[in-house]
Design a protein around this ligand. Sequence first.
Ligand code: SF4
Length: 519
Amino acid sequence: MRRITGTHVYSYVKCRHLASLDLYLSRADRREAMPWEEFAAKRGRDFEDEYVAGLSVVQPEYPERDFVAGQAATIELLRGGAELVHQAVLSSEDRLGLPDLLRKLDGPSEFGEHHYEVLDVKTSGKSRGDQILQVVFYTQLLAELQGRMPEHGALILKDGREERFLIADYVAACDQVVAELRRLRDEPESSRPFLQMACGGCYHDQRCLPELKARSDLSLVQGMSHGARAILEDVGCGTIEELAQFHPDSPRARGNLDATLLRRLRRAAQAHLAGRPVIEARPRSDKLDRSAIVHMITDAFQDRVLGFGMLHPATADGQFTFVLPRSAAAEWSAFRELTAGVPARSVLLHFGDGLRRWHEEHAFSREADPSVEARFVDLQKRLKGAATYPAPVILLSDFVKHGIGRDPLRAGHPGAAAMWMLEEHGDARLEAKLRTDLLDLAALKADILDAAASADVTDSRVADHQEAVKRPVAKKARPKSADAKAPVPKASVRKSPARKPSTGTAKTKAENGGSQAQA
Ligand code: SF4
């Protein structure tokens, strides 16, 4: 019988099916980690090691994977009154926990006049529900061992802060997760994949995604929820093809699913089958003619902006500029320098709320011009409202793939950017990524937003799409544009038309404030 561990609790919160697969597959069944995923995992391990190295800890010693011996060694340390125990082994019949730290507190227990509480070291800046549940899971195992439930658990966050919480507040939730994990372990067939954001970085994606496609799963449709999928399947609408043609004649026949939601999902199923986005009618949309697109690539682990890029005007042949701040202190001046040349009345388009949040945080402590923030327009929200896409769209890569049919990762994965910075050609890779993302954003603006602003285009596209849906169902890939096949640009100048390869480039790095390539 596979034992339930803290990692399963963590996985379950992310995706129920992930926990299920982890409970019955071996590690060899997972896809190999990408180099940047390895890099991120190593950073997490190093962070924990560095944190623990500054403390006086003891660690149980036992033969590798012999958790019975590990628990015996742990109990010995706890009975002996060790102040801090690193990677204790806590186990019961079908559960196993290896918490980062156990800390000694006053108050009687099976171990004498003291007892312990659990601390887990995390690389995130804020606590999350899955991390808290993991600590509660370890605490319940500890309570069985020491005959006393500690009042608190704690997370040590990236900045060294300790966030304490009451165990009693989360015990019921943890019990529910453990009960569900037992069910998944005993009945693995009770779970199946659902396309979601977590799939992008999941080591089971190569197993789940083909499975979803093969069964034409409803979760491949934009806007689908677990609940809506269950209701639709209950009323006999189990595939995307069926959903695209689903016209129930009564609320009962549609499982009392909200009529507007059903119309939206049916439209999304039709877009999926047509293989391209359906532009929504937005006759009053402005065309955002006077605008620049500003984009940034960050290192979430370090809370740092690695590079800002800009395309001005916001068209494929706009001028591309970029700046790579060398430290957190240099970010603000780098951003201001980059955007200084954009006329004050121009809109600053960006994707997602990252840039706005970054600006808000910095503007608070600087003499920021409040009018800059008023010029921000989030392309993500606009793009989402302007079309129905052939698949769920959340990240920029989803919009690029399903909105304009390009490979969003042809210049690399944004999660790898921190790793590039340790490589010889890191700056060039970052520049290429900024440029490629900006060109994709300009294409999305042109193909989706500007088209949505034109009623004529809208009508013809919708008609075209409806015609496609009437035909026998056949998946069609949107023809790729020339850009989709274009190799990653190798070099850039600070100010150059974005599509034209530059010649005779010279790059000057600004040591105190950033690095820029200049013509
Ligand atoms: S690929 Fe997606 S559905 Fe499958 S286990 Fe991972 S997160 Fe869950």
